[in-house]
Design a binder for this molecule. Structure first.
Ligand code: N2P
Length: 370
């Protein structure tokens, strides 16, 4: 009798355990049976939801819907406005994100801080679609933790009607004689490295300088400029130009071109002194519990047609070589989106400035607080 009830209990426990594994579609062999030999190792099952932490307006939302229709995984997106905001969120213990989109230098910082998972490329075969030029980048050798998503430049967006010639110099934003004419009609990104970087370029310095004197000069330039700046904003400056609130704005190439597609008075220029070139990347935080699903999603984004759909929406350049044939020819032919070599030469990547970072942070706090 005792034996029988023990046996029944065992059956009950097994049955209950079975109920909890509804997500695993694999057949579990009965006790005593040897597992069937399988050609491939079994994949983990997909989760029902995937949480993406992205820049605003950085993907055609239809792509999330298409992914859900095909895989049954609902994508939930949250947005951030700067790399530093993204990092701060993760460091504050935000653990719910499965895919994040840091820029180059921030990937390097996050690797150092051990925040990123190592990617399993068995699940991301479409990585082969990435242009070799964008593979194995210095900020993440071997792409161990990151897959390039989109790339672009940081320049000046403007209202064509307000300028006889393109405002092709940082002087339009920083030189007192020129910039004061646009007082209250200009904006800067709400981004420490970008704003300090632009001031450094205006002064003819590297935007990765660790020289305290050069940084002090940049700070003074930014403080002087405050009188003319209407807002520090990284998410709607293009709409503010279209709404005639602004005549010019420091901004990212695609944001401006996306707005220009709706309003032909808008345009974008890369300043002649040089500017930032950047690449944003798909990464999986170490804290994600859904790494496999995240990798399936990343692989999906790397399909040629999907890669093209991303750029056709964002107006940013794609590192996906196989996507090129599906990208709008107008985007591919635009030299301010895909700059020619002589322009690329003048561009500089933001790098991790290491020990000088607190100095950059202090300058930014002081500029904002003035
Ligand atoms: C998209 C912002 C692009 C990110 N709205 C710049 N790194």
């Amino acid at each position: 009798m005792k034996k029988l009830s023990l046996f029944l209990m065992l059956i009950l426990v097994l049955a209950l355990a079975g109920c909890q594994t509804t997500e695993a579609p694999t057949v579990t062999p009965a006790v005593g049976e040897t597992p069937l030999p399988t050609a491939e190792p079994t994949k983990p099952s997909l989760t029902k939801e995937l949480h993406v932490f992205n820049w605003s307006e950085y993907i055609d939302l239809q792509i999330y819907a298409d992914f859900e229709a095909e895989y049954g995984v609902k994508v939930i997106e949250d947005t951030f406005a700067s790399n530093e905001d993204l990092l701060a969120k993760l460091q504050a213990g935000a653990t719910g994100y499965d895919v994040i989109v840091p820029s180059d230098y921030m990937v390097a910082i996050m690797i150092q801080l051990d925040l990123l998972a190592e990617l399993d490329y068995n699940n991301i075969p479409n990585f082969a679609n990435i242009d070799p030029k964008f593979q194995d980048p210095p900020y993440d050798p071997g792409n161990k933790h990151s897959v390039p998503y989109q790339w672009g430049t940081t320049g000046i967006g403007y209202n064509l009607e307000a300028f006889d010639e393109p405002p092709d110099s940082w002087a339009y934003l920083f030189d007192p004689e020129v910039a004061s004419q646009y007082a209250g009609k200009m904006s800067m990104l709400n981004d420490a490295r970008e704003t300090i970087g632009a001031a450094l370029k205006y002064l003819g310095y590297s935007l990765n300088t660790t020289n305290a004197q050069e940084l002090e000069e940049a700070k003074q330039v930014l403080i002087r400029q405050k009188a003319w700046v209407k807002t520090y904003d990284s998410e709607q400056y293009e709409d503010l130009i279209a709404a005639d609130e602004l005549l010019l704005a420091q901004g990212w190439s695609g944001d401006i071109f996306m707005a220009a597609a709706e309003d032909e008075r808008l345009w974008y220029v890369i300043p002649k002194e040089g500017a930032v070139i950047w690449a944003d990347n798909l990464c999986i935080p170490k804290s994600s519990k859904n790494q496999y699903t995240a990798e399936v999603f990343i692989n999906y984004l790397l399909r040629p047609e999907v890669g093209a759909k991303i750029s056709n929406f964002t107006w940013y350049a794609s590192p996906n070589k196989a996507a090129a044939e599906f990208i709008d020819p107008e985007i591919l032919a635009e030299p301010a989106i895909y700059p020619p070599p002589e322009v690329i030469e003048k561009l500089e990547w933001i790098r991790d400035v290491g020990d000088a970072l607190p100095l950059y942070e202090r300058i930014w706090t002081e500029v904002k607080a003035e």
